[in-house]
Design a protein around this ligand. Sequence first.
Ligand SMILES: Nc1nc2c(ncn2[C@@H]2O[C@H](COP(=O)(O)OP(=O)(O)OP(=O)(O)O)[C@@H](O)[C@H]2O)c(=O)[nH]1
Ligand SMILES: [Mg+2]
Length: 398
Amino acid sequence: MKFVDEARITVQAGKGGNGCMSFRREKFIPKGGPDGGDGGDGGSVYLLADDAINTLIDFRYTRHYQADNGKNGSSRNCTGNKGADMVLRVPVGTTAIDEDTGETLGDLTENGQKLMLAMGGFHGLGNTRYKSSTNQAPTQTKPGQPGESRNIKLELKVLADVGLLGLPNAGKSTFIRAVSAARPKVADYPFTTLVPNLGVVSVEPHRSFVVADIPGLIPGASDGAGLGTRFLKHLVRTHLLLHIVDMAPFDTEVSPADNVRAIAYELDQFSPGLAQRDRWLVLNKLDLIPEDEREARCQAIIDELQWTGPVYKIAAINREGTFQISCDIMEYIEQRRIREQEDEEFARQLREEREQVEAEAREHIEMLQERRRQLRELQEDEDDDDDDHDVEVIYIRE
Ligand SMILES: Nc1nc2c(ncn2[C@@H]2O[C@H](COP(=O)(O)OP(=O)(O)OP(=O)(O)O)[C@@H](O)[C@H]2O)c(=O)[nH]1
Ligand SMILES: [Mg+2]
């Protein structure tokens, strides 16, 4: 399944039906009077969040959506029918942005939430409406108003509580397989994961959280190296980041501590706010280190990084230590939720932080897009069209 996280569509609401001009003419009824009915309102276009949908892929194929027009009024004071609304079902976590003004029209964060994108035109008025004591035979009517039309950008940010960070091959997908029912591909080469995966971690009945596994980052990612940092935007709404570290990398020249610093640097380049978010260090692949060396090797990294936050030592491949970390995450998330509900100041801080990170993320992505456009113009590389494949690999020449 392709993971589509952005789509551009145009929406057109229906026009209101025209008012009717008509007079009652019947045999043996001398004074008929006006009887033109009103038109019906045009249909509106809505988004509806539906948690049974998880991509925006349908919007890549059909890009124009139009609600029905209202029917015109008719004689005998018949009001025209209202145009049917058009309701577009989108995944929970979709944001709608007006492309022309840049205004965010709304965020759909809950199943069943509805958002109007374009309002149907108001109905026209029939001549009956203009009847008065001085004008008993009005010929005036009012046409229906046009419906709104908008260019909309839909953005889907995967809604996860916890995000996984790390170099390619660190074991992120193995971790998500260990703690959830998600089955992303795992392989011993970098960039196995090309699209984000979500896993639901259920610690016990009714206590669960969502983890997002995103493609690995490499040094230079914030400048577009590897798969770039575009997938980091999926971590914008998480509460906690797990930094997965390969304790037994193929490349022994670079120390795991340097790797941690390199990722932290890329994160900071993408969004300083996101780099400030709570991050736990998860030292992985401990099974590959002789038992009597494990403690010392882990401590050396902690010391080198002067890490003061939580640290976990695991072997994701055989689930060593993964249940403990899941329980601790659950506890952390629940505590945070409670505090958010009870402490208004804390809730406000979280909201502000999230807005800041979202703005920084958007700015960074726009900057990269602009740079890419310039590069493309320079190289006149026409092969690099936006095809259906959502992953853009950017090669950096050294
Ligand atoms: N021995 C051992 N191998 C592991 C462990 N965790 C992951 N691996 C192996 O490391 C390799 C990479 O694992 P992945 O889970 O695909 O790594 P990833 O971080 O998702 O990598 P990308 O998707 O490329 O970013 C695979 O061959 C895994 O079997 C572990 O705890 N112990
Ligand atoms: Mg992976």
